[in-house]
Design a protein around this ligand. Structure first.
Ligand code: ADP
Length: 161
């Protein structure tokens, strides 16, 4: 059975992330979305909240799971028995960063393969950081995230005002 992990910050999950997860779930028997438990204090949502937002987004995907992880992505892959890392690439910038990361991960764990899926055209511009900025300024982000994420973003933005 080929198990893939899809690691990231997911602060919060967007339709761009979800599109990659749904497409990857068709390629592998099991996909585990790994929410990086980052020590970054500037995240809008806690690790538990980010995991829960992902969990609600994948309720209809039977072979997709979500788990938080600490430390190296390759160690997370080993722990869950994954052979593949999935990444989504947008046109602007992702390739250079992901290429270096893939080389380092290959050095650390040569058996692990990285499979990159190109971001779908309509979400090429979408990042969690721009999304949070737009939402915090009252922009309508309803078509960019699942509905429960839009609700969580609105609540969080209001509580920060
Ligand atoms: P970001 O904060 O930029 O959204 P994450 O660390 O949450 O980044 O991203 C996790 C993975 O999802 C990475 O592979 C990233 O390149 C990818 N990704 C981010 N946004 C999109 C998008 N709009 N479409 C496809 N893939 C994306």
């Amino acid at each position: 059975m080929t198990i893939a992990i899809y690691p990231g910050g997911f602060d919060p999950i967007t339709n761009g992330h979800l599109d990659i997860a749904i497409r990857a779930a068709k390629l592998f028997e099991k996909l585990i979305i790994g929410v990086y438990n980052s020590p970054d204090k500037y995240l809008l949502f806690t690790t538990e909240e980010r995991v829960e937002l992902v969990r609600q987004a994948i309720v209809n995907q039977p072979n997709v799971e979500v788990e938080a992880f600490n430390g190296l992505t390759v160690d997370f892959a080993k722990k869950v028995g994954a052979q593949v890392i999935v990444r989504g690439l947008r046109m602007s910038g992702d390739f250079v960063r992901d290429f270096d990361m893939a080389m380092m991960n290959k050095y650390l764990f040569p058996e692990l393969e990285v499979v990159c899926l190109m971001a779908t055209l309509k979400y090429q511009f979408l990042s969690s950081s721009l999304l949070k900025e737009a939402a915090s300024l009252g922009g309508n982000i309803d078509n960019l995230v699942p509905q429960h994420v839009a609700v969580a973003l609105r609540r969080r933005s209001q509580s920060k005002m």
